[in-house]
Design a protein around this ligand. Sequence first.
Ligand SMILES: [Zn+2]
Length: 218
Amino acid sequence: MNTESALSAHIEEYLEWIYRLSKEQDEVTTTELARSLKISPASVTGMLRRLAERGLIHHEKYHGITLSDEGRRVAIATIRRHGLLERLLVDVIGVPWHQVDEEAGRLEHYITPEFERRLMQFLGHPKTCPHGQPIDWNEPETNVRLGALQAGDAGAVARIADETPDFLQYVAGVGMIPGARLSVTGRGPFNGPLMVRVGDQDLALGDEVCSKIWVQLD
Ligand SMILES: [Zn+2]
């Protein structure tokens, strides 16, 4: 691997995470980004300065990090390759769905546009990754966060926004995989857990779980 491609892999990884975080929360902070990238906030700060110099992000002190148009374009292209590679790993190679995020996260920086084009064709132009996340983030979000639902709301699990192995194993264990039907039956007192019926079981879900699951309402 030469230095130029190592550098661009690094840049793509940052832009991808800034984009992913911006979809899940109001403001992307250095702390959040450092946690997602599993590196220290100090090294993130240095890299953010370089990304800003290259015109890929906007970052002003005391304000969140946002992507420039070019930064957004690179992020969305990287996420598209990520989703396609996850599909290849799960659907064709048979890797369990909770183990593919990291592997795809490595490969996504190195495939050529020609390989990507062939993969897209071979997989039959999939709309989502195995966790329900869009392959093409240019399309508008039509799903609603589980935490925003009220008693009586019903729909199907659309996407799981946290692809770490532990979280995916948990949601699969309780049957909350993309396509699964669920309905909200109530909420515990004083803004307590959300009571959700999935299949024939009743679950009491806290805010963290509810913020990471997106639902396509009926
Ligand atoms: Zn995925």
